[in-house]
Write a protein that binds this ligand. Sequence first.
Ligand code: HEC
Ligand code: HEC
Length: 320
Amino acid sequence: MPNSPSPSLPASPTLAAAVALALAASLSGCIRIAGNDSATAASAPASGVVDAAQASAEAAASTASAAATVAMAAASAASAGSLLVATANGAMGPATNAQRAAGEQLSRQGAGATVPACSGCHGLRGEGNAAAGFPRLAGQSSAYLAHALASYGDDTRRNPVMQPIAKAMDAGQRQAAAAWFASLAPSAAPPATAMAAASSPAGDLKRGRQLADVGEAARNVAACASCHGPDGAGTSAAIPALSGQPAAFLVTALQAWRDGSRDSDPDHRMPAIAKGLDDIDVAAAAAYYASLPVPGQAWDARPAGSLPVTAPGPASAASR
Ligand code: HEC
Ligand code: HEC
């Protein structure tokens, strides 16, 4: 059995893209596919707002088990097509096909009496449900999705629907669900964005775009695009995509930041930003982001190099 995996070409384009990412990440030194390079894995650079020291510590702590997983994956690569997927910053460790398969099963069938099927609300491909206000999960990073589930679990994010579900999930189930949804391309979802654009007053969309691209300096509101990206697709694994999310979900999130029922931002920036928005601005920002097209790729399929370490400034946003 060779040391470096040579997976047979996977059938699905998503997997093919994931292979490409794993190979690209391997070349750039972000993560090694061979299981014997734990030093490199432990010192892999973290991007974005994820704390580099924490990421390194986590990587170091999980090196032994990760190395074992890597070795197993390499051993079974030729026969089973297992492959490693680097999350954008390496902080989550490799997602395995086994995790994604477990996540898919959880999504379709739930687990026991306490964890319902995610697909009932979030859709079979994580596309969400614009009419009901259930968020799209496809297109988000596994790091963000796992963090969101942890936040419901530890009460830093309160929601009557998701809290009981997240609390009933163990760490492995959360990681599996996160790995599954991060592997799905949002483009498979029926676009609700045209509907959102058509049903929103033009004034809202204009004001929303202004907040997104410029912010509101008088109230200390930074341009949303400086973190969420000029296209609203997120700029790091810690920053969620907002584009094409149901407007009602975005309004709920902004109101939760304002009233303090959500305090899940690791850097505690969103509460202050949302408190700088009045009701009209909340509606406007939500309408604007709901009207943007969903990200074109699964998070896992994004080329690592396309994720800026520092978020782009308003200048790049203004050129949209
Ligand atoms: C009964 C409907 C329902 C079911 C079933 C459900 N969810 Fe949710 N989910 C929601 C709603 C509603 C929200 C938005 C809650 C909020 O505003 O914080 C949400 C939010 C989330 C979020 C946060 C998304 C974001 O962008 O912040 C994650 C992650 C999530 N759900 C994962 C899951 C997983 C995994 C399962 C299956 C184990 C699941 N959900 C099952 C209704 C549901
Ligand atoms: C300094 C960076 C930064 C800026 C600027 C910023 N955000 Fe955020 N935003 C974040 C982070 C980080 C999160 C995820 C927090 C968490 O983990 O719960 C987030 C989460 C959100 C969410 C919740 C999404 C979800 O899926 O649950 C919404 C809605 C949101 N931001 C809207 C905005 C709007 C609107 C603006 C501009 C007025 C803005 N943000 C500006 C960093 C930022």
